[in-house]
Design a protein around this ligand. Structure first.
Ligand SMILES: Cc1ncc(COP(=O)(O)O)c(C=O)c1O
Length: 438
Protein backbone atom coordinates (compact mmCIF):
# COMPACT_ATOMS: atom_id res chain seq x y z
CA UNK A 1 0.00 0.00 0.00
CA UNK A 2 1.50 3.42 -0.90
CA UNK A 3 2.55 5.44 2.19
CA UNK A 4 0.23 8.30 1.17
CA UNK A 5 -2.87 6.23 1.99
CA UNK A 6 -2.04 6.63 5.69
CA UNK A 7 -2.41 10.41 5.60
CA UNK A 8 -4.98 12.11 7.83
CA UNK A 9 -8.00 14.01 6.49
CA UNK A 10 -6.27 17.30 7.27
CA UNK A 11 -3.15 16.27 5.39
CA UNK A 12 -5.21 15.24 2.37
CA UNK A 13 -7.04 18.57 2.44
CA UNK A 14 -3.75 20.51 2.54
CA UNK A 15 -2.41 18.51 -0.41
CA UNK A 16 -5.69 18.98 -2.31
CA UNK A 17 -5.50 22.75 -1.91
CA UNK A 18 -2.14 22.88 -3.68
CA UNK A 19 -3.01 20.53 -6.54
CA UNK A 20 -6.70 20.66 -7.43
CA UNK A 21 -8.67 23.31 -9.22
CA UNK A 22 -10.13 25.94 -6.87
CA UNK A 23 -13.37 25.77 -8.86
CA UNK A 24 -14.52 22.79 -6.77
CA UNK A 25 -16.97 24.00 -4.12
CA UNK A 26 -15.91 21.82 -1.13
CA UNK A 27 -18.45 22.89 1.47
CA UNK A 28 -17.17 20.54 4.17
CA UNK A 29 -13.78 19.21 5.26
CA UNK A 30 -14.87 15.67 4.44
CA UNK A 31 -12.29 13.28 3.00
CA UNK A 32 -13.90 10.03 1.90
CA UNK A 33 -11.53 7.11 1.99
CA UNK A 34 -14.21 4.49 1.43
CA UNK A 35 -17.97 4.04 1.44
CA UNK A 36 -20.50 1.28 1.83
CA UNK A 37 -24.29 1.29 1.53
CA UNK A 38 -25.60 4.44 3.22
CA UNK A 39 -22.29 5.41 4.81
CA UNK A 40 -19.13 7.33 3.99
CA UNK A 41 -15.90 6.85 5.96
CA UNK A 42 -12.94 9.16 6.53
CA UNK A 43 -9.30 8.02 6.78
CA UNK A 44 -9.72 8.24 10.59
CA UNK A 45 -12.68 5.84 10.39
CA UNK A 46 -15.33 8.46 11.21
CA UNK A 47 -18.68 7.45 9.74
CA UNK A 48 -21.13 9.79 7.96
CA UNK A 49 -24.71 9.00 7.03
CA UNK A 50 -25.09 9.93 3.39
CA UNK A 51 -28.22 11.95 2.56
CA UNK A 52 -26.55 13.42 -0.53
CA UNK A 53 -25.57 10.25 -2.44
CA UNK A 54 -22.71 12.09 -4.13
CA UNK A 55 -25.26 14.61 -5.43
CA UNK A 56 -28.02 12.14 -6.27
CA UNK A 57 -25.59 9.80 -8.02
CA UNK A 58 -25.10 6.69 -5.86
CA UNK A 59 -28.64 5.51 -6.47
CA UNK A 60 -28.13 1.95 -5.26
CA UNK A 61 -25.99 3.04 -2.31
CA UNK A 62 -22.24 2.77 -2.18
CA UNK A 63 -20.84 -0.42 -3.68
CA UNK A 64 -24.10 -2.34 -3.86
CA UNK A 65 -23.00 -5.99 -4.08
CA UNK A 66 -25.09 -6.71 -7.18
CA UNK A 67 -23.80 -3.65 -9.01
CA UNK A 68 -20.24 -4.41 -7.92
CA UNK A 69 -20.61 -7.98 -9.18
CA UNK A 70 -21.85 -6.72 -12.55
CA UNK A 71 -18.90 -4.32 -12.85
CA UNK A 72 -16.46 -7.06 -11.82
CA UNK A 73 -17.95 -9.47 -14.37
CA UNK A 74 -17.54 -6.80 -17.05
CA UNK A 75 -13.95 -6.14 -15.89
CA UNK A 76 -13.18 -9.70 -16.98
CA UNK A 77 -14.65 -9.13 -20.44
CA UNK A 78 -13.71 -5.76 -21.93
CA UNK A 79 -13.11 -2.29 -20.45
CA UNK A 80 -13.37 -0.06 -23.49
CA UNK A 81 -14.61 -0.33 -27.05
CA UNK A 82 -14.65 2.71 -29.28
CA UNK A 83 -18.36 3.10 -29.80
CA UNK A 84 -17.64 5.39 -32.73
CA UNK A 85 -16.16 2.43 -34.59
CA UNK A 86 -17.36 -0.91 -33.22
CA UNK A 87 -20.36 -2.58 -31.63
CA UNK A 88 -20.54 -3.50 -27.94
CA UNK A 89 -23.20 -5.72 -26.29
CA UNK A 90 -23.67 -3.93 -22.93
CA UNK A 91 -24.38 -0.65 -24.76
CA UNK A 92 -26.94 -2.32 -26.98
CA UNK A 93 -28.64 -4.06 -24.04
CA UNK A 94 -28.75 -0.79 -22.10
CA UNK A 95 -30.17 1.12 -25.06
CA UNK A 96 -32.91 -1.51 -25.42
CA UNK A 97 -33.64 -1.29 -21.69
CA UNK A 98 -33.89 2.51 -21.77
CA UNK A 99 -36.25 2.29 -24.74
CA UNK A 100 -38.45 -0.12 -22.79
CA UNK A 101 -38.46 2.40 -19.93
CA UNK A 102 -39.59 5.24 -22.23
CA UNK A 103 -42.44 3.53 -24.09
CA UNK A 104 -44.05 6.82 -25.19
CA UNK A 105 -40.99 7.53 -27.37
CA UNK A 106 -41.96 4.64 -29.63
CA UNK A 107 -40.27 1.40 -30.69
CA UNK A 108 -38.06 3.35 -33.06
CA UNK A 109 -36.66 5.55 -30.26
CA UNK A 110 -32.86 5.75 -30.24
CA UNK A 111 -30.25 6.30 -27.53
CA UNK A 112 -26.99 8.26 -27.45
CA UNK A 113 -24.45 7.61 -24.68
CA UNK A 114 -21.98 10.08 -23.15
CA UNK A 115 -20.33 10.48 -19.76
CA UNK A 116 -22.03 13.24 -17.77
CA UNK A 117 -25.15 15.33 -17.36
CA UNK A 118 -23.57 18.28 -19.12
CA UNK A 119 -22.67 16.05 -22.05
CA UNK A 120 -26.28 14.91 -22.25
CA UNK A 121 -27.35 18.57 -22.42
CA UNK A 122 -24.74 19.36 -25.09
CA UNK A 123 -25.88 16.39 -27.15
CA UNK A 124 -29.52 17.45 -26.83
CA UNK A 125 -28.67 21.01 -27.86
CA UNK A 126 -26.88 19.84 -31.00
CA UNK A 127 -29.56 17.28 -31.73
CA UNK A 128 -32.42 19.76 -31.37
CA UNK A 129 -30.73 22.26 -33.66
CA UNK A 130 -29.88 19.63 -36.24
CA UNK A 131 -33.26 17.92 -36.20
CA UNK A 132 -35.34 21.09 -36.41
CA UNK A 133 -32.79 23.18 -38.33
CA UNK A 134 -33.69 26.00 -35.93
CA UNK A 135 -31.11 27.91 -33.86
CA UNK A 136 -32.79 28.85 -30.57
CA UNK A 137 -33.41 27.02 -27.33
CA UNK A 138 -35.53 28.02 -24.35
CA UNK A 139 -34.62 26.94 -20.84
CA UNK A 140 -35.97 28.16 -17.50
CA UNK A 141 -35.18 30.46 -14.59
CA UNK A 142 -33.33 28.56 -11.84
CA UNK A 143 -32.70 25.62 -14.19
CA UNK A 144 -29.42 23.73 -14.01
CA UNK A 145 -28.13 21.71 -16.94
CA UNK A 146 -24.36 21.56 -16.42
CA UNK A 147 -21.25 23.70 -16.77
CA UNK A 148 -19.89 23.13 -20.28
CA UNK A 149 -20.54 25.98 -22.70
CA UNK A 150 -23.89 24.94 -24.12
CA UNK A 151 -25.15 23.53 -20.82
CA UNK A 152 -23.91 26.58 -18.90
CA UNK A 153 -25.71 28.86 -21.32
CA UNK A 154 -28.96 27.05 -20.49
CA UNK A 155 -28.21 27.06 -16.76
CA UNK A 156 -29.75 29.90 -14.75
CA UNK A 157 -29.70 28.76 -11.14
CA UNK A 158 -26.86 30.99 -9.84
CA UNK A 159 -24.98 33.91 -11.38
CA UNK A 160 -21.50 32.45 -10.75
CA UNK A 161 -22.13 29.61 -13.20
CA UNK A 162 -21.90 32.14 -16.03
CA UNK A 163 -19.92 35.05 -14.58
CA UNK A 164 -16.69 35.69 -16.44
CA UNK A 165 -17.35 33.13 -19.16
CA UNK A 166 -19.06 35.29 -21.76
CA UNK A 167 -19.82 35.14 -24.57
CA UNK A 168 -22.21 32.30 -23.98
CA UNK A 169 -23.85 30.19 -26.67
CA UNK A 170 -26.16 32.54 -28.58
CA UNK A 171 -29.88 32.07 -29.10
CA UNK A 172 -30.55 30.71 -25.62
CA UNK A 173 -33.58 32.29 -23.96
CA UNK A 174 -34.85 31.89 -20.41
CA UNK A 175 -38.48 31.76 -19.39
CA UNK A 176 -40.09 31.71 -15.92
CA UNK A 177 -40.76 28.44 -14.09
CA UNK A 178 -43.37 28.31 -11.29
CA UNK A 179 -42.17 28.44 -7.69
CA UNK A 180 -45.24 27.35 -5.69
CA UNK A 181 -43.87 28.41 -2.27
CA UNK A 182 -42.87 31.92 -3.38
CA UNK A 183 -45.95 32.24 -5.57
CA UNK A 184 -48.19 31.44 -2.59
CA UNK A 185 -46.43 34.10 -0.49
CA UNK A 186 -47.26 36.60 -3.23
CA UNK A 187 -50.85 35.40 -3.20
CA UNK A 188 -50.55 33.64 -6.56
CA UNK A 189 -52.16 30.21 -6.85
CA UNK A 190 -50.81 27.35 -8.98
CA UNK A 191 -53.15 28.01 -11.89
CA UNK A 192 -52.33 31.72 -12.05
CA UNK A 193 -48.61 31.00 -11.78
CA UNK A 194 -48.78 28.48 -14.62
CA UNK A 195 -50.71 30.95 -16.75
CA UNK A 196 -48.22 33.72 -16.06
CA UNK A 197 -45.26 31.51 -17.04
CA UNK A 198 -46.89 30.22 -20.21
CA UNK A 199 -48.21 33.65 -21.15
CA UNK A 200 -44.68 35.02 -20.89
CA UNK A 201 -43.58 32.46 -23.49
CA UNK A 202 -46.48 33.04 -25.86
CA UNK A 203 -46.83 36.79 -25.52
CA UNK A 204 -43.40 38.16 -24.61
CA UNK A 205 -40.86 35.63 -25.88
CA UNK A 206 -42.71 34.91 -29.10
CA UNK A 207 -42.69 38.65 -29.80
CA UNK A 208 -38.88 38.49 -29.81
CA UNK A 209 -38.41 35.21 -31.69
CA UNK A 210 -40.70 33.49 -34.15
CA UNK A 211 -41.36 30.11 -32.55
CA UNK A 212 -41.99 27.94 -35.59
CA UNK A 213 -38.97 29.22 -37.51
CA UNK A 214 -36.54 29.79 -34.67
CA UNK A 215 -37.07 27.65 -31.57
CA UNK A 216 -35.63 24.14 -31.65
CA UNK A 217 -36.42 23.03 -28.10
CA UNK A 218 -37.69 23.74 -24.63
CA UNK A 219 -35.19 22.22 -22.19
CA UNK A 220 -36.94 21.72 -18.88
CA UNK A 221 -36.44 19.83 -15.61
CA UNK A 222 -39.53 17.88 -14.50
CA UNK A 223 -38.51 18.88 -10.96
CA UNK A 224 -35.86 21.56 -10.61
CA UNK A 225 -32.80 20.11 -8.87
CA UNK A 226 -29.98 22.55 -8.14
CA UNK A 227 -32.56 25.36 -8.40
CA UNK A 228 -34.27 24.21 -5.18
CA UNK A 229 -36.15 20.88 -5.64
CA UNK A 230 -39.09 22.80 -7.00
CA UNK A 231 -42.05 20.76 -8.21
CA UNK A 232 -44.06 22.72 -10.78
CA UNK A 233 -47.83 22.31 -11.17
CA UNK A 234 -48.63 19.54 -13.68
CA UNK A 235 -50.44 22.15 -15.75
CA UNK A 236 -47.15 23.98 -16.38
CA UNK A 237 -45.45 20.98 -18.00
CA UNK A 238 -48.60 20.07 -19.91
CA UNK A 239 -49.08 23.66 -21.08
CA UNK A 240 -45.47 23.86 -22.19
CA UNK A 241 -45.91 20.65 -24.15
CA UNK A 242 -49.03 22.03 -25.83
CA UNK A 243 -47.16 25.16 -26.93
CA UNK A 244 -44.28 23.03 -28.19
CA UNK A 245 -46.58 20.77 -30.23
CA UNK A 246 -48.28 23.80 -31.77
CA UNK A 247 -44.99 25.13 -33.12
CA UNK A 248 -43.00 21.95 -33.81
CA UNK A 249 -40.67 22.62 -30.86
CA UNK A 250 -39.02 19.62 -29.18
CA UNK A 251 -39.59 19.09 -25.46
CA UNK A 252 -36.33 17.96 -23.87
CA UNK A 253 -36.83 16.80 -20.30
CA UNK A 254 -33.70 16.93 -18.17
CA UNK A 255 -34.03 13.95 -15.82
CA UNK A 256 -30.34 13.95 -14.94
CA UNK A 257 -31.12 14.42 -11.24
CA UNK A 258 -34.76 13.35 -11.00
CA UNK A 259 -34.63 10.14 -13.04
CA UNK A 260 -33.78 6.48 -12.36
CA UNK A 261 -36.39 5.87 -9.69
CA UNK A 262 -35.51 8.76 -7.38
CA UNK A 263 -39.06 10.13 -7.27
CA UNK A 264 -40.75 6.73 -6.97
CA UNK A 265 -41.38 6.36 -10.70
CA UNK A 266 -38.57 5.62 -13.09
CA UNK A 267 -38.77 9.15 -14.55
CA UNK A 268 -40.13 12.16 -12.67
CA UNK A 269 -42.04 13.23 -15.81
CA UNK A 270 -44.17 10.07 -15.42
CA UNK A 271 -45.90 11.66 -12.41
CA UNK A 272 -47.58 14.06 -14.85
CA UNK A 273 -50.19 12.18 -16.81
CA UNK A 274 -50.06 13.10 -20.48
CA UNK A 275 -46.62 14.74 -20.31
CA UNK A 276 -44.57 12.90 -22.94
CA UNK A 277 -41.33 14.73 -23.70
CA UNK A 278 -39.62 14.04 -27.03
CA UNK A 279 -36.18 13.64 -25.50
CA UNK A 280 -35.11 12.42 -22.06
CA UNK A 281 -31.71 13.24 -20.56
CA UNK A 282 -30.37 10.81 -17.96
CA UNK A 283 -27.07 10.68 -16.04
CA UNK A 284 -26.14 10.86 -12.32
CA UNK A 285 -27.90 7.82 -10.76
CA UNK A 286 -28.01 5.86 -14.02
CA UNK A 287 -24.83 3.87 -13.36
CA UNK A 288 -24.71 4.10 -9.54
CA UNK A 289 -21.58 6.28 -9.61
CA UNK A 290 -19.79 5.28 -12.79
CA UNK A 291 -19.76 8.06 -15.39
CA UNK A 292 -22.52 7.64 -17.92
CA UNK A 293 -25.26 9.66 -19.55
CA UNK A 294 -27.98 8.77 -22.00
CA UNK A 295 -30.05 10.85 -24.38
CA UNK A 296 -33.18 8.95 -25.36
CA UNK A 297 -35.09 10.45 -28.28
CA UNK A 298 -38.39 9.83 -29.95
CA UNK A 299 -38.11 7.80 -33.16
CA UNK A 300 -36.90 9.91 -36.06
CA UNK A 301 -35.46 12.71 -33.92
CA UNK A 302 -31.89 11.39 -34.11
CA UNK A 303 -31.62 11.98 -37.83
CA UNK A 304 -28.13 13.46 -37.45
CA UNK A 305 -25.36 12.15 -39.61
CA UNK A 306 -22.70 9.55 -39.01
CA UNK A 307 -19.81 11.11 -37.13
CA UNK A 308 -21.71 14.28 -36.26
CA UNK A 309 -21.77 13.46 -32.56
CA UNK A 310 -19.91 10.92 -30.41
CA UNK A 311 -17.50 10.68 -27.52
CA UNK A 312 -14.52 8.36 -27.06
CA UNK A 313 -15.60 7.12 -23.65
CA UNK A 314 -19.37 7.51 -24.00
CA UNK A 315 -21.21 4.29 -23.19
CA UNK A 316 -18.19 2.70 -21.52
CA UNK A 317 -18.90 -1.05 -21.02
CA UNK A 318 -18.18 -0.97 -17.27
CA UNK A 319 -20.58 1.96 -16.85
CA UNK A 320 -23.22 0.26 -19.03
CA UNK A 321 -22.91 -2.99 -17.03
CA UNK A 322 -23.31 -0.95 -13.86
CA UNK A 323 -26.36 0.79 -15.33
CA UNK A 324 -28.00 -2.52 -16.31
CA UNK A 325 -27.56 -3.83 -12.75
CA UNK A 326 -28.73 -0.49 -11.31
CA UNK A 327 -31.88 -0.47 -13.42
CA UNK A 328 -32.67 -4.06 -12.45
CA UNK A 329 -32.51 -3.11 -8.76
CA UNK A 330 -34.49 0.09 -9.29
CA UNK A 331 -37.22 -1.80 -11.13
CA UNK A 332 -37.26 -4.70 -8.64
CA UNK A 333 -37.59 -2.65 -5.47
CA UNK A 334 -35.72 0.64 -5.21
CA UNK A 335 -38.21 2.91 -6.99
CA UNK A 336 -40.88 1.50 -4.69
CA UNK A 337 -38.59 2.05 -1.70
CA UNK A 338 -38.08 5.66 -2.82
CA UNK A 339 -41.82 6.12 -2.90
CA UNK A 340 -42.51 4.42 0.43
CA UNK A 341 -39.64 5.88 2.45
CA UNK A 342 -39.89 9.26 0.76
CA UNK A 343 -43.62 9.77 1.01
CA UNK A 344 -44.39 7.82 4.20
CA UNK A 345 -41.33 8.48 6.35
CA UNK A 346 -39.26 11.42 5.10
CA UNK A 347 -42.06 13.74 3.98
CA UNK A 348 -44.23 13.46 7.13
CA UNK A 349 -41.18 13.79 9.36
CA UNK A 350 -40.02 16.94 7.54
CA UNK A 351 -43.56 18.33 7.65
CA UNK A 352 -43.69 17.68 11.40
CA UNK A 353 -40.46 19.66 11.76
CA UNK A 354 -41.98 22.46 9.70
CA UNK A 355 -44.91 22.55 12.10
CA UNK A 356 -42.56 22.61 15.09
CA UNK A 357 -40.26 25.25 13.56
CA UNK A 358 -42.44 27.37 11.26
CA UNK A 359 -40.09 30.34 11.77
CA UNK A 360 -37.19 28.30 10.32
CA UNK A 361 -38.79 26.00 7.71
CA UNK A 362 -40.98 27.81 5.20
CA UNK A 363 -41.58 24.93 2.85
CA UNK A 364 -41.22 21.16 2.52
CA UNK A 365 -41.41 19.90 -1.03
CA UNK A 366 -40.40 17.15 -3.38
CA UNK A 367 -41.27 13.65 -4.49
CA UNK A 368 -39.99 10.26 -3.34
CA UNK A 369 -36.38 10.61 -2.25
CA UNK A 370 -36.00 14.05 -3.76
CA UNK A 371 -37.10 16.25 -0.83
CA UNK A 372 -36.04 19.71 0.29
CA UNK A 373 -36.71 22.13 3.10
CA UNK A 374 -36.60 25.88 2.46
CA UNK A 375 -35.07 27.85 5.33
CA UNK A 376 -36.54 31.22 6.14
CA UNK A 377 -36.68 34.12 8.55
CA UNK A 378 -40.11 34.88 9.96
CA UNK A 379 -41.73 32.08 7.97
CA UNK A 380 -41.22 33.58 4.51
CA UNK A 381 -37.98 35.51 3.92
CA UNK A 382 -35.15 33.44 2.41
CA UNK A 383 -32.32 32.72 4.86
CA UNK A 384 -29.08 31.52 3.32
CA UNK A 385 -27.33 31.87 6.68
CA UNK A 386 -29.73 29.32 8.19
CA UNK A 387 -29.07 27.04 5.22
CA UNK A 388 -25.35 27.21 6.02
CA UNK A 389 -25.85 26.70 9.75
CA UNK A 390 -28.16 23.73 9.32
CA UNK A 391 -25.87 22.02 6.81
CA UNK A 392 -22.94 22.62 9.14
CA UNK A 393 -24.87 21.35 12.18
CA UNK A 394 -25.89 18.19 10.34
CA UNK A 395 -22.32 17.65 9.19
CA UNK A 396 -21.02 17.98 12.75
CA UNK A 397 -23.60 15.37 13.76
CA UNK A 398 -22.24 13.01 11.08
CA UNK A 399 -24.88 13.58 8.42
CA UNK A 400 -24.21 14.71 4.88
CA UNK A 401 -26.91 16.72 3.10
CA UNK A 402 -26.62 19.21 0.25
CA UNK A 403 -27.77 22.79 -0.31
CA UNK A 404 -29.92 23.78 -3.25
CA UNK A 405 -31.42 27.05 -4.40
CA UNK A 406 -30.18 29.94 -2.24
CA UNK A 407 -31.67 28.85 1.06
CA UNK A 408 -32.85 25.25 0.78
CA UNK A 409 -31.43 21.90 1.78
CA UNK A 410 -31.97 18.80 -0.30
CA UNK A 411 -32.22 15.28 0.98
CA UNK A 412 -31.42 12.88 -1.84
CA UNK A 413 -30.12 9.73 -0.15
CA UNK A 414 -29.33 6.51 -1.97
CA UNK A 415 -32.56 4.72 -2.88
CA UNK A 416 -31.65 1.92 -0.43
CA UNK A 417 -32.26 4.26 2.52
CA UNK A 418 -34.30 2.75 5.36
CA UNK A 419 -36.72 4.29 7.86
CA UNK A 420 -34.19 4.19 10.70
CA UNK A 421 -31.70 6.23 8.61
CA UNK A 422 -34.38 8.88 8.11
CA UNK A 423 -35.20 8.86 11.81
CA UNK A 424 -31.52 9.37 12.66
CA UNK A 425 -31.28 12.28 10.22
CA UNK A 426 -34.52 13.86 11.44
CA UNK A 427 -33.52 13.60 15.13
CA UNK A 428 -30.30 15.43 14.34
CA UNK A 429 -32.05 17.97 12.12
CA UNK A 430 -34.44 18.69 14.99
CA UNK A 431 -31.53 19.27 17.38
CA UNK A 432 -29.86 21.63 14.89
CA UNK A 433 -33.08 23.58 14.33
CA UNK A 434 -33.56 23.92 18.09
CA UNK A 435 -30.06 25.33 18.40
CA UNK A 436 -30.71 28.14 15.89
CA UNK A 437 -31.05 31.27 17.97
CA UNK A 438 -33.97 33.23 16.60
C1 LIG B 1 -30.76 18.49 -13.83
C2 LIG B 1 -29.28 18.44 -14.11
N1 LIG B 1 -28.84 18.48 -15.38
C3 LIG B 1 -27.54 18.43 -15.68
C4 LIG B 1 -26.59 18.36 -14.69
C5 LIG B 1 -25.13 18.32 -15.03
O1 LIG B 1 -24.60 17.07 -14.75
P1 LIG B 1 -23.03 16.86 -14.64
O2 LIG B 1 -22.56 17.52 -13.40
O3 LIG B 1 -22.88 15.36 -14.62
O4 LIG B 1 -22.42 17.45 -15.85
C6 LIG B 1 -26.99 18.31 -13.34
C7 LIG B 1 -26.00 18.25 -12.26
O5 LIG B 1 -26.26 18.56 -11.13
C8 LIG B 1 -28.38 18.36 -13.05
O6 LIG B 1 -28.82 18.34 -11.79
Amino acid sequence: MPASTTLSSQQWISKDKTSLSPSYTRDFPLVVSHALGMHLYTPEGKQYLDFGAGLAVCSTGHRHPKVQAAIEAQLNKVWHVSSSDYYEPTQILLAETLKRLTPWLGEDATVYFGNSGAEATEAALKLARFHTQRPAVVSFDRGFHGRTFGAMSLTASKPHYQEGFAPLVPQVFHAPYPYPFKDAISGIDAETSTNQCLTYIEETLFQQIAPAETIAAFVVEAIQGEGGYIVPPDSFLLGLQAIARKHGILVVCDEVQSGVGRTGKFWACQHVEGFEPDVILSAKGLASGLPLCAVIARGGVMNWQEGSHASTFGGNPLACASALATIELVEQSLAENASIIGEMVLKPALEALQQAFPHHIGDVRGRGLMFAIELVENGTEPSSSKQEKVLQGLFEAGIVAVGCGCNSIRFCPPLVVEAHHCEQMITNLCTVLKSLNC
